[in-house]
Design a protein around this ligand. Sequence first.
Ligand SMILES: Cc1cc2nc3c(=O)[nH]c(=O)nc-3n(C[C@H](O)[C@H](O)[C@H](O)COP(=O)(O)OP(=O)(O)OC[C@H]3O[C@@H](n4cnc5c(N)ncnc54)[C@H](O)[C@@H]3O)c2cc1C
Length: 358
Amino acid sequence: MSIIQAQRQLSVYRSCSVRNVSTTSSKPERVYRHPRLKLVAACGAAGLSLAAYFFSLRESRSTSTRIELLPLSQFTPATLTSSENSGPNTKLLTLSIPQHLLPPPSSCDLDPIWSVYIKDDDIQVERPYTPLEGIDEHGRMSFWIKKYETGEVSRWLHSKHVGDTIEIRGQIKTWIWKDNTWDEIVLISGGTGITPFYQLLNNILNRTPSNSNSKTHFTLFHSSRIPSELPPPSMLRTLGHFAEKQPDRFKMHLFVDSKDMSTNISVPSQKLQVGIISKSAIMRSLGLDASNSWWQRLYKRISTSNSAQLDHKILFLVCGPDQMIAAIAGPYGRNRSQGEVGGILGELGYTSSQVRKL
Ligand SMILES: Cc1cc2nc3c(=O)[nH]c(=O)nc-3n(C[C@H](O)[C@H](O)[C@H](O)COP(=O)(O)OP(=O)(O)OC[C@H]3O[C@@H](n4cnc5c(N)ncnc54)[C@H](O)[C@@H]3O)c2cc1C
């Protein structure tokens, strides 16, 4: 081979080969032996990177708009557009965000369960509250809010008038709904603890069949002290409608501690159970035999270990006053962590992956 031929071969080799000479890599390396191949590969790679870049840009845009309804880092002024008494110490309040501050409509379509912080402007403290039906296209959010006699923000909110400005920020995810993860979700609430569950049910059970492939069944146990403290008629009507129209998806059990002299026009007396949400009521609704002792139920569990019963994915969400949470699911742990599962659900053998204290 002449020197010129040898130089030509070397230059062709240099220009046509893209070889990773790293000796540490055990992976097979790609070798492009022809300039055209190299060009095609380079264009292909550039095209793929560009596509990946635009795809990730679109994804990150869509997730960021879905996640961020309002900025978390600053307060947005909203107007109190409605305030109605809904019981001895509760109000239904509607806050409206000005149209120009609203994010695009798609970002208002948020999966449950979420809340926003509302700020008491007098003393600059904030508390989270749960929009019952999320946010509509006009920027309206409605809340059912209980006033605590010594409560800072709830008392301040109850003193506000229609037309007043109230500052809110962000949305905070309380719990993440996932389609078809659970066969059964049991919701247990006391007082205004029903608000996150109302948001969840209103969102999921209002979806048209074409918009939802979820098969999860929901059972709500709700208790208030007396009939007049039950959720307002508008909420009970919606829940009653779901129970009537979708009995295979949703069942509701309403409890009051006592009937006293108060009434609630939206719930017929015979639909109210008097007493606390008991172990036997929960067991009955889950189809467990309350008359069996714990060892009989344990034996039944072991003997049916291969049956569909054990594959049944169940989740309990519990929300309400601390004493109620403790009685149903065991007390919160340190710094309001979940703590161990105790109370009725602990006695029934449910574990921390099946119980969530909101
Ligand atoms: C994610 C989330 C969503 C919430 N959504 C709603 C909602 O939609 N509607 C609503 O009314 N509340 C809701 N709350 C409760 C709300 O955030 C406040 O805790 C409540 O309004 C009391 O605040 P406050 O400033 O008035 O009382 P604070 O000044 O914080 O407390 C004053 C007194 O009230 C008592 N107290 C405070 N909170 C409770 C309570 N929950 N149960 C019993 N006693 C209490 C305290 O023990 C204390 O004695 C939600 C809480 C969370 C964490």
